[in-house]
Design a protein around this ligand. Structure first.
Ligand SMILES: Nc1ncnc2c1ncn2[C@@H]1O[C@H](COP(=O)(O)OP(=O)(O)O)[C@@H](O)[C@H]1O
Ligand SMILES: [Mg+2]
Length: 287
């Protein structure tokens, strides 16, 4: 079998961290010897309490933070070995979405989405075409001429996602992308991220302190505690049998956030559901 250029994307991990640490000046070790593999086409959720090192870890993946130890490889390129110029080029394969959207107030929606393309050297016409395509994908084609201030929070975040997609990245990093949004809007933005993964095949790493977000969109999850990954695995398995105390606390918080789940054990008993079956149902829904 021959391998054409279209097959050059290696199967397996699209993101690979090996022994990655970040110690800030002053001695805070925000990320501590992290090994992480993110499979191509998957959605990984990283949860942890405030200060656990989530944002730092995410920024280490695209080298917005330079690690003090270890290697970062994305899409087969070791970013930690690249000089400034090839690193800028490699970053175009990695989109980023922020909690506070980070849009330019003085630019239109179209101008915001086209900005990274112009930075990458695209012509005005090409930037416009790609930006329109990205806006169409997020359902905001009709808002292109408006300014961020004229949009709702959910629309602003969809602009942020369109901007991140404009360079057609393989990887999307989301830092608490829904934490500034109300539950209904959160739901819409999470559904959009799911489409980004399903329809565009983009690998997503999202960090959050909300287990509901993990449950809604992630295939796998990792738990960060004091800069270390203390647990990781398929979302269902981690919910069903959390091992680390931090993970247990998060799983409990998710269950408490869904009062209807409290009614489930009793309902299953009342309907005479077999005990073993009931146990696996409860484990699956995280009750
Ligand atoms: N630029 C920085 N300089 C010094 N310390 C920092 C910097 N950024 C983050 N930290 C520290 O690193 C730790 C992890 O921060 P952060 O990655 O923002 O955690 P999280 O996103 O999980 O809340 C915290 O103790 C924080 O104070
Ligand atoms: Mg953070």
């Amino acid at each position: 079998m021959t391998t054409g250029p279209e097959e050059s994307a290696v199967p397996g991990p699209v993101i690979q961290l090996r022994g990655v640490s970040k110690e800030f000046a002053g001695g805070t070790v925000a990320v501590d010897r992290v090994d992480l593999d993110v499979e191509a086409g998957s959605v990984l959720g990283i949860v942890g309490h405030s200060g656990a090192g989530k944002s730092t870890l995410l920024r280490l993946i695209n080298l917005l933070e330079a690690p003090t130890a270890g290697t970062v490889t994305v899409d087969g390129r070791e970013l930690t070995a690249l000089g400034a110029r090839p690193l800028r080029a490699a970053r175009r394969d990695i989109g980023m979405v922020f909690q506070q959207f980070n849009l330019f107030r003085s630019r239109t929606v179209l101008g915001n989405v086209g900005y990274p393309l112009r930075q990458a050297g695209a012509s005005r016409a090409q930037a416009r075409e790609r930006a329109e395509e990205a806006l169409h994908f997020v359902g905001l084609a009709d808002q292109a001429r408006r300014y961020p201030e004229q949009l709702s929070g959910g629309q602003r975040q969809r602009v942020g996602i369109a901007r991140a997609l404009a360079t057609r990245p393989r990887v999307l990093l989301c830092d608490e992308a829904t934490s500034a949004l109300d539950p209904q809007t959160t739901h819409e933005v999470l559904a959009l991220l799911r489409r980004v993964n399903d329809e565009l095949g983009v690998t997503i790493v999202l960090i959050t302190h909300e287990m509901e977000v993990v449950r809604a969109v992630c295939d796998r999850m990792a738990v960060l505690d004091a800069g270390r990954i203390v647990e990781d695995g398929p979302v269902r398995e981690v919910f069903a049998a959390p091992q680390h105390p931090t993970t247990r606390a998060f799983v409990r918080s998710a269950v408490q956030a869904s009062p209807l789940l409290d009614l489930l054990p009793e309902a299953l008993r009342r309907h005479g559901v077999d005990e073993a079956v009931a146990a696996s149902v409860l484990a699956e829904v995280g009750a």
